[in-house]
Design a protein around this ligand. Structure first.
Ligand code: PBG
Length: 324
């Protein structure tokens, strides 16, 4: 329609009008808070230098943090384990008395209504830091790794995890996890598949937090090439076929187009992981006085929702819930 009949500014004139026509809503109900749970003698909280405002937590601190999350209206937490001991096979990942298993039981006991999701991977538990078992030549051996991932998921479910989230990027692991859960009686435990997980520079602070930097090499032989969008859609569709209930794109901000494409291709609930490096960038810029943290965070989270994400996993979750 020609000017002056069409004046788009009419609906921008007041806060009430803007609110009335807002296309994308952001509420605490869509946000998931990641928690780092640490085993060992350290009690309480250990600050993570590269993630200001985020701590590694003892089990009792994690229970307290989960309670705060629930009180702020957040529906879920996503647990990462930082074990005391690591070995070549990542045995801590599938130990029924492992750190994530113990933390899951404690959190579910104290806050039964809060959804506990668990990250299912070996990288925090292997002494070499890779996400699976190594062959003699240093490459990651897909199928045996996939079996251990499935074992880990079952162990988390036995501990009371409501949702399991495999993040290792082995081929076939969603099918293996689904079959293992079903066989153990967990037919109703949903899988959030880290389907399109890219080999990203934005995981830097997380690796410091979880102590999971690969001892050699990188993850490019299993995580995705940041250049590939079609392949991301293929990954997501395969995970749907294998039984994924939610598909994830990770990181979020440099991959908003991928979020949109995965949503359109699958019609599943889509999760996006606003990763550690994305969080650290905003925190650093805000600390330097370069931008308004609250406005930048809410704009960022809204843009991830606008791209098509139903669920946003973010270290900003508690702050955002307070601001919304
Ligand atoms: C691996 C895993 C990683 C993240 C979540 N799960 C790190 C990696 O693949 O190196 C990154 C999360 C973040 O950066 O916030 N289990």
């Amino acid at each position: 329609m020609p000017f002056p009949a069409t004046r788009l500014r009419r609906l921008r004139a007041t806060p009430v009008l803007r609110d009335l026509v807002r296309e994308t809503r952001l509420t605490p109900a869509e946000l998931v808070l990641p928690l780092f749970v640490e085993s060992g003698p350290a009690a309480g909280r250990t600050p993570i230098a590269s993630l200001p405002g985020i701590d590694r937590l003892s089990i009792s601190a994690a229970v307290q943090e989960a309670g705060e999350a629930a009180a702020l209206g957040l529906p879920a937490v996503l647990l990462f384990g930082v074990p005391e001991h690591k070995d070549a096979e990542g045995t801590g990942a599938y130990d029924d008395e492992g750190i994530v298993q113990l933390a899951t039981r404690a959190i579910k006991d104290a806050h039964p209504e809060l959804v506990v999701m668990t990250d299912v991977c070996l990288c925090e538990y292997t002494d070499h830091g890779h996400c699976g078992l190594l062959r003699a030549d240093g490459t990651v051996d897909n199928d045996p790794s996939m079996e251990l991932i499935a074992r880990t998921a079952v162990s988390h479910a036995r501990a009371g995890a409501d949702v399991v989230a495999p993040s290792d990027m082995m081929d076939g692991r969603i099918g293996a996890v689904r079959a293992a859960l079903d066989e153990d009686g967990f037919q109703n435990t949903p899988i959030v598949a880290y389907s399109a997980k890219f080999a990203s520079a934005f995981y830097g602070p997380f690796r410091e937090a979880a102590g999971s930097t690969p001892a050699f090499g990188d993850r490019r032989a299993y995580q995705m090439d940041p250049a590939n969008g079609n392949e991301a859609v293929r990954e997501a569709l395969l995970d749907v076929q294998e039984g994924a209930d939610v598909v994830m794109v990770k990181p979020a901000l440099a991959y908003l187009d991928v979020i949109r494409r995965v949503k359109q291709a699958t019609n599943l609930p889509v999760a996006a992981y606003n990763v550690s490096g994305e969080y650290a960038m905003i925190k650093a810029a805000a600390a330097a006085g370069a931008l308004d943290e609250r406005a930048a965070v809410l704009e960022t989270l809204t843009s991830i929702r606008r791209a098509g994400a139903d669920i946003v996993i973010t270290y900003h979750a508690k702050d955002a819930a307070r601001w919304l």
